[in-house]
Design a protein around this ligand. Structure first.
Ligand code: SR1
Ligand code: MG
Length: 402
C-alpha cells in the first residue's frame, strides 16, 4: 500500500534532517510551508544556528488552485525529479541541486534559492538581468538539443519519450492554453470589462485555425524533452545568476513551446508596463529592455543550438545542405505561435499572471490586458509568415503605439 500522504511541517523537518550534505550538524530546524503556486506544497526548511536551508517540494494528488475535484497524478513528482537531474547534467549550474527524490511520497528535496528572486516578481519591481538571455538560451539550447533526435541516440530517445509520458499535466496545457480561451469555457476567468475582447476571440475562425495547428504540434510532436512550463514564475534570477525550477510539466514535445514560453512572459511584462513604469520615459526604457531581451534570447538560442548541431549532430542526413536552416525557421515560427497562445491564456483563462492582475487601476489593467491580447493574437495568426525575431518586436511595438 502506498505510504503517500501530504506532509506536515514536522514530517518535512524529519526528511530534511536526513540530508547530511545540507545539514551536517544537528542544530534545530525550522519549517514554513510557502507554496503559492497552483499545484504543490513547498516547505522551506532553515537551520537558524547555521543559516543553512533547503526546499522540500511535494506534489498533491489534485490541482491546489481548483481543489480535490481536479485529480492529478503524483507521477509528476517523479517526472519533475528526473527532469531536474537530467537538466542539471545537460545545463550545469542552471537548475537547483537535487538532494533527494522520493517517488512514493511524491517529493523532491532541493537547493534553496532564496538568495534569488522569482523573475516575474523581479521584473515587476524593475529588475534588470543582464545575463538572463545568455543563461536561458544556454539552458534551452543544451536541454533541448541533447534530448532531441539531432543530439541523442534515436532508439534511447524513444525509450525516454516513454518514461516522460505526462498525460495529466499535458491535459492541463491542452485545455488551458489550446482550448478554453477560444470558447466560453467555465474554466475561464474573465473580467467584465474584457468580455467583448474575449467574445471577439471566440468568433475569430482564422485565429482558431492557427491555434488548432499549434495544438496539433503540442499533441503529436515529440521533438525534445521540454521543461513544459518555462514562464518567468519558473525562473529564479539575480543579475549574475539564473536557475530554472519546476519542470513538472516536462514531456517530449515541440521545442518552440519552451522558447515561446520565455518570449510570452517577457511580453506579458511588456504589456504590464502600462502600470509598472512610473512615466513615459521609464516605460519606453523598460519596454526596450524587454524587447532587447527577447531578441537576445532567440538570437543566442539559435546560435547555440546550431553550434551544438554542427559539433554534436549524430546523424549524417541531418547535415544535408539547407536542412538546418529549414529546421531553425520552423523553430522560430513555432516559438512565435506558442508565445502568442501563452500570452492569450494568461489574460482571461484559468490562471493569470501578476504582471497584469496586480495592476490596481481597472482602466490601466484593461489597457495592459488589451495590449497583451493584441500581441498574442497577432503572433498566433502570423507565426507561419515570420522570417526573423524582428517579427515579434514589430508586433509588440505596434500594439503599444496603436
Ligand atoms: C491548474 S495549473 C495552471 C497553470 O499553472 C502552471 O504553472 C501551468 O502554467 C498551468 O497551466
Ligand atoms: Mg510550476
Amino acid at each position: 500500500m502506498s505510504n503517500y500522504h501530504p506532509l506536515t511541517e514536522a514530517e518535512a523537518i524529519e526528511i530534511a534532517k536526513t540530508i547530511k550534505e545540507a545539514f551536517p550538524t544537528g542544530e534545530e530546524l525550522v519549517c514554513r510551508e510557502i507554496g503559492d503556486g497552483n499545484l504543490n506544497l513547498v516547505f522551506h526548511i532553515t537551520q537558524p544556528a547555521t543559516g543553512r536551508s533547503l526546499i522540500v517540494k511535494q506534489a498533491l494528488p489534485y490541482a491546489k488552485v481548483v481543489g480535490e475535484s481536479w485529480p492529478l497524478s503524483l507521477d509528476r513528482a517523479r517526472i519533475e525529479g528526473e527532469a531536474l537531474i537530467l537538466q542539471g547534467k545537460l545545463a550545469p549550474g542552471l537548475v537547483p541541486k537535487v538532494y533527494k527524490n522520493d517517488n512514493e511520497l511524491a517529493l523532491t528535496v532541493m537547493e534553496d534559492l532564496s538568495d534569488h528572486v522569482i523573475m516575474r516578481r523581479g521584473l515587476i519591481e524593475g529588475g534588470r538581468y543582464p545575463r538572463f538571455a545568455e543563461h536561458i538560451s544556454e539552458f534551452m539550447a543544451r536541454t533541448l538539443f541533447f534530448t532531441s533526435d539531432l543530439g541523442f541516440n534515436q532508439q534511447e530517445k524513444k525509450r525516454a519519450v516513454g518514461s516522460f509520458i505526462n498525460p495529466d499535466l499535458c491535459k492541463i496545457t491542452e485545455d488551458l492554453i489550446f482550448d478554453d480561451p477560444y470558447y466560453d469555457s467555465p474554466n475561464n476567468s474573465i473580467e467584465p470589462h474584457l468580455r467583448d475582447a474575449a467574445e471577439a476571440i471566440w468568433q475569430d475562425k482564422a485565429l482558431h485555425l492557427e491555434v488548432a495547428v499549434l495544438r496539433e504540434k503540442f499533441l503529436t510532436q515529440a521533438q525534445a524533452l521540454l521543461h513544459g512550463d518555462l514562464h518567468t514564475g519558473s525562473i529564479f534570477v539575480t543579475p549574475e545568476s539564473t536557475k530554472v525550477i519546476d519542470p513538472e510539466f516536462a514531456y517530449y514535445g515541440p521545442i518552440g513551446f519552451d522558447v515561446g514560453a520565455v518570449i510570452a512572459n517577457l511580453l506579458l511584462n511588456f504589456a504590464g508596463q502600462e502600470h509598472w513604469s512610473q512615466d513615459e520615459a521609464a516605460r519606453k526604457d523598460s519596454r526596450e529592455y524587454l524587447l532587447g531581451t527577447i531578441r537576445d534570447v532567440w538570437t543566442l538560442f539559435e546560435a547555440k543550438f546550431r553550434a551544438l548541431w554542427n559539433e554534436h549532430g549524430i546523424d549524417r542526413i541531418s547535415r544535408t545542405q539547407g536542412y538546418q536552416d529549414e529546421y531553425m525557421l520552423r523553430l522560430l515560427r513555432d516559438s512565435i505561435g506558442f508565445a502568442g497562445a501563452k500570452a492569450v491564456r494568461r489574460i482571461y483563462g484559468l490562471s493569470h499572471v501578476i504582471d497584469i492582475d496586480n495592476i490596481p487601476d481597472a482602466s490601466v489593467r484593461n489597457r495592459a490586458q488589451r495590449i497583451a491580447l493584441s500581441i498574442g493574437t497577432e503572433l498566433i495568426k502570423t507565426n507561419r509568415q515570420a522570417e526573423s525575431i524582428e517579427h515579434v518586436v514589430a508586433i509588440a511595438r505596434r500594439a503599444v503605439n496603436a
